[in-house]
Design a protein around this ligand. Sequence first.
Ligand SMILES: [Zn+2]
Length: 173
Amino acid sequence: MNSNDWDKVWSELGIGRGLVEACTLPLQESAVDLVSAGADASGREQLVTPMTLQCWQEMETAARSDGIGLLIVSAYRSVEYQCQLIQNKLDKGQRIDDIVKVNAIPGFSEHHSGCAIDITTDKCEPLTEAFDQTPAFIWLEQNAARFRFAMTYPRNNSYNIIYEPWHWACLED
Ligand SMILES: [Zn+2]
C-alpha cells in the first residue's frame, strides 16, 4: 500500500496524523507466503510464515517433552482484520487513543508479518498478564530464544504498547 492508501485506512478509524507520528512501532510488511499452523482453541485456522511454522513446531515439541503445553491464540492477521478489531472497540464506545495502546494501528501490527504468535497454555485465560505466572511462560523465557522466538512487548517497552507476555515473534534472518 502507498501512503495515500494508509492515510485512508487510518482516517476511516479516526486515527489522525498525530497518533501515527507518535507510533514508534515499525511499519510491517504483510505476509504473502502463509501456511497453516492448525486450528486454535476456537477452531479457527491460524496462519504463519513457513519459517515461523518450522520454529514454532520445534519449540512446541520441545516444550511438550518438558511437560509444557503451548497453544496458539492468534497468529497472522490481515490489515482488514486489524481494522475490524479496532472498529468493534470504537462501536463499543472506546476512545481511539486508548485502543491503539492495546491494538496496534493497522499496518504496525506484528501480526501482519505472519511471524507473531499470541501464546497461551492450559488453565490460563488467554491474552492476560496472568500468563506470566504460568510454567509455560517461565519455560519460554528460558528456551524461546533457542527457537528464534522473542517477546516483543516486555514491561515498559519503548513502543507505548501494554505489557504483553503472551506475544512472541519469530525472528527471521
Ligand atoms: Zn500479539
